[in-house]
Write a protein that binds this ligand. Structure first.
Ligand code: UT7
Length: 319
């Protein structure tokens, strides 16, 4: 029997304020029709005062722990994927740890932008299999609204805030994370980045993106890494029950599914409700489909994402 990392429970959290395209169009030179036609986005949640990456991450974690039937004190490892931490340091994972009342565990942040959750999941999977912890929290939490240039209509309409979390455990058997593949190509740094940082400008900076170029790379890289990861698990795309993609643009989801010959109804879509929540988008979509009953125990899932760096990756999971 093989020891595998299994998902014991999922949770998510969204800021209270929900903003429609029409509401955005009151202050940004855009329209509901443009946003829907080019992206599929209808709403996004925007963090208000007191709602932060750590507070949203802690809320999502509490819900995941409850769903898993695991007490916070059993958690030995917290890996938070975020590019919008509460502070440059300490890691927001430690803020979440304190908020959850965990006195001692391993806790750190992972920064791979929109692919962050896939990177964090793989790190936690290997640390669990390596015996570092028996139970782990992997969280994706972001407040991208705070690094957007609200004068740049090419980016500010695309993103939202939120958090998703999974509780991981270890089990002997067929269930769990079957394969993961991660990639990065630093030559593409300038297509999607933030124009500030502690070591350069001593500011946080704002998000900059050449959307059309990112789009082109996304479809190619995502379909390639999904095929690669399924092959590593010894499976074909016909075995897939659900794809849980990074929610950047409905057109990217459709084009990637088509390239792999996957039926559109096998793809979990939340970009219409949440917009692009970066590292939070995959666990948010996963939790949505678990809670509405689409994803059931035993289903074969492919989680995938691509983002700044570029970074991209996929995991094949028997839920
Ligand atoms: O999460 C990380 C990964 N990120 C992504 O995957 C994002 C990938 N990229 C995209 O999703 C798309 O490229 C966008 C949604 C960002 C843009 O869609 P597009 O079809 O590539 O449009 P475009 O940037 O080529 O712009 C087309 C037109 C331009 O006008 P002209 O030059 O044709 O007159 C833009 O100025 O649309 C205009 N435009 C807008 N119009 C109304 C750009 N943004 C807006 C807007 N409202 N918000």
């Amino acid at each position: 029997m093989t020891l595998r990392t299994v998902i014991l429970g999922t949770g998510s959290a969204l800021p209270t304020r929900r903003v429609s395209n029409d509401e955005l169009a009151e202050t940004v030179d855009t329209s509901h029709d443009w946003i829907v036609e080019r992206t599929g986005i209808h709403f996004r949640h925007i963090a208000g005062e007191g709602e932060t990456t750590a507070s949203l991450g802690a809320e999502a974690s509490r819900r995941a722990l409850e769903a898993a039937g695991v007490d916070a004190t059993e958690i030995g490892l917290i890996v938070l994927a975020t590019s919008t931490p509460d502070q440059t340091f300490p890691a927001s994972a430690t803020l979440i740890q304190a908020e959850l009342g965990i006195d001692d565990c391993t806790a750190f942040d992972v920064q791979a932008v929109c692919s962050g959750f896939l990177y964090a999941l793989s790190v936690a999977d290997n640390m669990i299999k390596g015996g570092v912890a028996q139970k782990a929290l992997v969280i994706g939490s972001e407040t991208f609204s705070r690094i957007l240039d609200w004068e740049d209509r090419g980016t500010c309409v695309l993103f939202g805030d939120g958090a998703g979390a999974v509780v991981l455990g270890a089990e002997e058997g067929d269930r769990g994370i079957l394969a993961s593949k991660l990639h990065a190509d630093g030559r593409q740094n300038q297509l999607l980045y933030v124009d500030g940082g502690p070591s350069t400008t001593q500011t946080v900076g704002k998000l900059r993106m050449q959307g059309r170029e990112v789009f082109r790379h996304a479809v190619v890289n995502l379909s390639a890494v999904m095929t690669e990861t399924l092959e590593a698990a010894g499976l074909g795309s016909d075995a897939v029950d659900w794809v849980i993609p990074h929610q950047a643009n409905k057109r990217i989801l459709d084009a990637t599914a088509k390239k792999l010959g996957l039926a559109p109804e096998r793809v979990i879509v939340t970009v219409d409700q949440h917009a692009n929540t970066s590292a939070a988008s995959v666990p948010l979509a996963l939790d949505t489909a678990v809670r509405d009953g689409r994803i059931r125990r035993g289903d074969l899932l492919v989680l995938e994402a691509m983002g700044g760096g570029f970074t991209w990756g996929a995991s094949v999971v028997r839920y």
